[in-house]
Design a protein around this ligand. Structure first.
Ligand SMILES: NC(=O)C1=CN([C@@H]2O[C@H](COP(=O)(O)OP(=O)(O)OC[C@H]3O[C@@H](n4cnc5c(N)ncnc54)[C@H](O)[C@@H]3O)[C@@H](O)[C@H]2O)[C@@H](O)CC1
Ligand SMILES: Nc1ncnc2c1ncn2[C@@H]1O[C@H](COP(=O)(O)OP(=O)(O)O)[C@@H](O)[C@H]1O
Ligand SMILES: [K+]
Length: 493
């Protein structure tokens, strides 16, 4: 599903108006869907308090208040400021025939349903004054909260907290989700998100051309690899994975196993001399090849027709490793997944690494977690005005790469501006080696010919689904087999 920034949502609103859906009618539908969710989800609440702000978010609140009262509930409205005279919100406020209290006088109770219609997409600065104090009181009282569009204080474009924010049990948003619903901490503050249809025609999206999606199979399933019946193993993708020294071979094996389970026809671990024995005792279907110097790597990639390579997991960051990364970046056009230690190596001189790599723009996928992202792109990481999506996009454009900016809300971004936010991750994936598996999944899909952005999105989703299947106590070793089952289901449907 497309994700719209608050600005794009404003555009949707205007386009809907041009198509004959007035804001007044959209507001009635928005308030109606809030009232419906309130009745369906919280039927046992003895009283309802609707907190209305000065804008259209408040307007939705007045509509919901009227409808809830008409359905027989005890409803009170508390407002921080009057809506602008002549606005649709003012008209909605006029249609509310009950009393209106000043927000400063509102005393929340634990058994009340609070409908938060203070601010939505229009939140422009940190919460302060009466609104902030009301938010603090509601939090302290522990009332159940249903947020209209967004919990007040959550930025719709970044999910960041602006000063203070409500914790909602449920958030009803309209037409399409916004980044603030999917990016942390906003995602957690929204509670369950309901996306309500308020009559904005989907056709407006053709004009808006959104470049952000919630990561879902519908976006990339068509591009999943489906080998021809007569394919031989090297036509199903040959993936090479670089191993580190003897005491650090497990990470490469995890990537290699993941690549094989995600359908690569052949997987080879490239090993420095001292790790050969350790790897030989552990590898079975996966092949093993020794390299002494970067030239050996180049020769192997060429002669054995490697379709994608993973470099980084357990690799090391010394001079020898740097020389390999340099060779891969500067002298080879094999599609590359650069993870972990290889990211650290790149970050020592990113501009130089990219300058040469960029000349032909061969496929590059970078998979930094938060710490590695900060090392690679310190200026972007420190820029607090940017959302995680914007940081990932700028990084992707700068590196001419697909960037998988990992975390609980992994963002995948391409250099052309497309981006996706992943939502199916689980905390059980926060375990050593889980990222190594992800790198192997990406390489497998790239090696089988899937386009890089789609391959990265698919790998992240499959990884998330595998984590959910295995759940509590999973270790990274469990993920490749689970990923295989997820992928098998995706391609059989
Ligand atoms: N875009 C659409 O298609 C629709 C939007 N609707 C509602 O309209 C909302 C957006 O309405 P608005 O653009 O009026 O924005 P809001 O109602 O979210 O708030 C904007 C108002 O608050 C002020 N403000 C911003 N931050 C403040 C702060 N920290 N302290 C004090 N005042 C602050 C602004 O100056 C502005 O007057 C959405 O969240 C949604 O609830 C719905 O009515 C239906 C259709
Ligand atoms: N709390 C979380 N919820 C969902 N996914 C998570 C969470 N924490 C980490 N992950 C995912 O787990 C993986 C961890 O990768 P990484 O940090 O590289 O670990 P490692 O280096 O141990 O392999 C990433 O795909 C990341 O998105
Ligand atoms: K709100």
């Amino acid at each position: 599903m497309e994700v719209l920034t608050p600005k794009e949502m404003g555009q949707a609103d205007r386009l809907a108006e041009q198509a004959g859906r007035s804001l007044w009618h959209l507001m009635q539908a928005a308030g109606g869907s809030v009232a419906r969710e309130a009745l369906a989800r919280f039927p046992d609440r003895r009283s309802v308090a609707v907190l209305c702000g000065p804008g259209n978010n408040g307007g939705d609140g007045y509509v919901a208040a009227r409808l809830l009262r008409e359905s027989g509930l005890a409803v009170d409205v508390w407002r921080s400021a009057e809506p602008k005279p002549g606005s649709d919100a003012a008209r909605a406020a006029d249609a509310w025939k009950g009393a209106v209290g000043a927000l400063a006088d509102f005393t929340p109770q634990a058994d009340m349903l609070v409908i938060d219609a203070l601010f939505g997409a229009g939140l422009a600065r940190d919460l302060d004054g009466a609104e902030r104090e009301a938010v603090e009181r509601v939090k302290a009282a522990g009332s159940v909260v249903l947020a209209v569009d967004l919990p007040s204080g959550v930025s719709g474009s970044s999910g960041e907290v602006m000063g203070e924010a409500l914790q909602a049990d449920c958030t009803v948003t309209f037409f399409r989700p916004k980044p603030g619903h999917l990016l942390y901490p906003g995602r957690a503050l929204c509670g369950e998100v309901v996306v309500a249809d308020i009559g904005i025609p989907a056709g407006v999206l053709a004009d808006i051309e959104p470049q952000l999606w919630a990561n879902e199979p519908a976006q990339w399933r068509h591009a999943l690899p489906r080998p021809k019946n007569i394919a031989h193993k090297y036509q199903r993708g040959h993936v090479a994975v670089f191993s580190g020294k003897m005491s650090a071979t497990g990470a490469a094996r995890l990537s290699a196993d993941a690549a094989a389970r995600a359908g690569a026809g052949a997987v080879t671990v490239l090993s420095p001399p001292d790790a050969m024995a350790a790897l030989a005792t552990h590898l079975t279907a996966t092949m093993l090849h020794r390299f002494d110097a970067p030239e050996d790597v180049l020769a192997f990639i060429k002669e054995r027709k490697v379709h994608a390579a993973v470099c980084g997991p357990g690799f090391g960051t010394g001079e020898k490793q740097k020389a390999v990364v340099e060779t891969l970046m500067h002298e080879s056009d094999v599609p590359l997944v650069i993870d972990a230690d290889a990211i650290t190596v790149l970050s020592q001189d990113l501009d130089c690494f990219l300058a040469v790599r960029n000349s032909g723009e061969p496929t590059l996928v970078l998979t930094p977690h938060e710490g590695e992202f900060g090392r690679l792109f310190p200026d972007l990481a420190e820029n607090k005005t940017l959302s995680k999506v914007e940081r990932a996009r700028l990084a992707a454009a700068r590196a001419k790469a697909v960037v998988i900016y990992k975390g609980a809300d992994t963002v995948i971004a391409a250099s052309d501006g497309r981006a996706a936010i992943n939502t199916n991750g689980t905390v059980w994936l926060a375990t050593a080696g889980s990222g190594d598996v992800l790198a192997g999944l990406v390489a497998a899909l790239l090696g089988q010919g899937m386009p890089p952005f789609e391959a990265a999105c698919a790998a992240v989703w499959i990884h998330g689904q595998a984590g959910q299947r295995e759940g509590f106590g999973l270790t990274a070793e469990d993920l490749p087999q689970a990923a295989r089952k997820v992928l098998a289901e995706l391609i059989s449907r």
